[in-house]
Ligand binder design. Sequence first.
Ligand SMILES: [Zn+2]
Length: 381
Amino acid sequence: MMAKFRILVFLTMLAAAVVGYPTDKTEPMNMTRPMNMTRQFPAPNAASRTSSLLVLPQKVTTPYHYWIDPTCVNMIGFPETFYEAREMACAAKRRLASKTDRDFERVFEYVFNAPKNDGTKYQKTDRWKKRNRSGAGKVPLSHVNYIFPGLCDDWSETYTLDNAHLPFICDNGAHFNTPIGIANEYDDLVHGIQGGKYYDPPQTGPTAYTSCGTIKGNQYDGQQQDRCVVTVCDKVYLNPPQGSMGWARTLSAFQQRNSDLSNVQVQMFLGWFPSTTILHEWMHSYPYLLDDRGVGGDPLKAYGWDNIIVKQPAESLLNAENYAFLGLWASLADIRRPDPQQPAQPPSGGYTLRRPDPAQQAAVEQSNREGRLVPYVDITS
Ligand SMILES: [Zn+2]
């Protein structure tokens, strides 16, 4: 296991050396990182938005491609959070496929208000129905399995913007300024897209948003037709919280510090991890097209642990934030720490919701309703 780990570190460092990525921020989060994931950007430079394919051999066998705009490559913190978002998707994919992961089954049931093996069929999202003819109902696991394995496996980076199904642009929406006089509507970088807005100053806007609307009859100019664009705003990295333990912006940073996350409320991560924001936005894009579906139709109640766990499956399965929480829990279960009682033993454990305990039913339910992280050395997988 250790040898495998060293090879993984070496490969990571090698990849980092090739693309000139700072190695001090590329430590693997755990030993179970899927081998098929490579971190390839940054490649485009600010001088040219159609970068050369000679920069790196590009895997082009995936059905979908993302583009990391130079504004994101140059945004401090973006590369590692983007990578962590992919890791969350892959962790969820792996745990969803498991027949023995009882801890993740419990998380699934809290997040979607339906057991993993529920046979009831639920409709797809409004965004999906608008774009696709069929909105036929699916069981909860089919809904979730459409999202995470796809996010993990079906995407690779393109260095040519025209090929991108999903450009990530980190400019607070400045790309929505139009050359044709329709202010804040036409995207002059990703043609044909509307629905964005330039936030200046960026503190006033959202952390990130996804635009998929197309201007009627507009030209695609040779770009991918099935595409959305994720705009990331500076706000996503502003004001990290000051806690007694010192709050990190990535799980891998917590892992490197051996931080004790026991009893932390999961909501903290959604608030302060840009990776969960990236994951959330990605799931709004084609082909997933998840909605923001608030409790009782209130769009503000689409977000936050308190809100997502009270939704019925007909809503929870449509709502991007519910899936972002599932991805986060999947990665939290992968965290490995040395046991302070047995420091000679290999790192173990991981965090999940509290397990059932007939003697303390009310306390267990309260802990889970509050989304508190509980460590278990024998976490299931
Ligand atoms: Zn959203």
